[in-house]
Design a binder for this molecule. Structure first.
Ligand code: AMP
Length: 114
């Protein structure tokens, strides 16, 4: 797959406001936040879209989700709640082809999404 700007963030080639990192997951603040807290959780091993994930990625996807939930809890965001979103390809609104979980918090979310 082609290199994305998220790979460059992982390699520290472009700056990001990193809030969490472990051996498999990196999380940083979205440059164009859609809520008072808007953080992207990405796997260090790039997968282009959710549709490209396979059974081999099961643990990694779970880890991404749990990392977001744990971080939200640690930040005191869990009690009021938050939203996690993963956009897939064009109709899903995906612009960076390296899967990422959006964590949005700090305001009441609306449904359905626009
Ligand atoms: P998506 O549209 O679901 O692919 O989400 C991509 C997200 O990446 C958008 O919310 C962008 O604002 C965000 N983004 C793009 N470039 C950067 C960057 N350099 N640092 C942080 N977030 C970024």
């Amino acid at each position: 797959m082609s290199d994305t700007l998220f790979s460059k963030i992982i390699r520290r080639e472009i700056p990001a406001d990193i809030v969490f990192e472990d051996d498999e997951v990196l999380a940083f603040r979205d440059i164009n936040p859609q809520a008072p807290t808007h953080v992207l959780f990405i796997p260090k091993r790039a997968i282009a879209t959710l549709d490209d994930a396979t059974d081999n990625d099961q643990a990694l996807l779970g880890r991404l989700m749990l990392a977001a939930a744990r971080w939200a809890r640690e930040q005191g965001l869990a009690e009021r709640g938050y939203r996690v979103v993963m956009n897939c390809r064009d109709d899903g609104g995906q612009s960076v082809h390296h899967i990422h979980l959006h964590l949005l918090a700090g305001r009441r979310m609306t449904w359905p999404p626009g």
